[in-house]
Design a protein around this ligand. Sequence first.
Ligand code: IPD
Ligand code: CA
Ligand code: CA
Length: 261
Amino acid sequence: MSTSAGAPVELAVALELAASAGDLLLGYAESGVHRERKSRRELVSEADVAAQELIVAGLRRAFPDDAIVAEEEGGSSGSSGAGRRWFVDPLDGTTNFLKGQPRWGTSIGFYGPDGLAVGVVTCPPQREIYHAHTGGGAYLNGSTISCSDVTEPDDAVVASGFPYDLEERSNLGEWAIVTRKALAVRCLGAAAIDLCDVATGRIDAFWEQRLGLWDTAAGIVIASEAGAIVTDLGGSPLTSPSRDVVAANRALHSRLLPLLR
Ligand code: IPD
Ligand code: CA
Ligand code: CA
């Protein structure tokens, strides 16, 4: 995918690696895959690990000194001395992937010391690639995207999800509250793509808590560049990856946030 003139080199590298990972993952999806349980509710497959190896090796080649935080085992490396950090979820939506649901993909986010942030999220089964960088707008398959203008929870389709470990801050209480207020709630199983759906207006709002930094790093950039307000549960705007996230247009965000506190 081509990017606009002046786009950062980090974006070009992230797009290339996410596309290669997508091809690899589609191959595994067609041929079947070995899986294991990481914990009671969390699955991991050889596809997650192979996609991470491909992406991390590519980032290492292009930016040998950068820090990389990646989801699967052995996934943190490099020095963050220069304040350059990558966040990689090689396969977001593993459970969807393993069930044959066409909603999964790769998320690659980059945060630099000078305020530059880059986000790339793919959904290979839908042939969709989202990208953004600070100040450059947000794009789906190269076309500009923007978040919805639905302002009232009554009219809003709101997505969320649940941590694998439900013992602490499970999100079940918030889910019950928002379900009563919203037009509809959805649990779609891939947080990075949920943030991109806020960016296109396919959903009006998204919140989740206790995510991984790799889940949110790219989607925060994409949703923000599409005009969404993206904060933590306290309402502080996010300029770095966060485990808690609330994203919507400004008016809807201001009405949703008090329901989650
Ligand atoms: C998960 C998905 C899911 C969210 C979980 C995440 P994974 O990521 O994004 O939507 O609810 O909290 O851990 O395990 O499929 O990469
Ligand atoms: Ca994930
Ligand atoms: Ca994952």
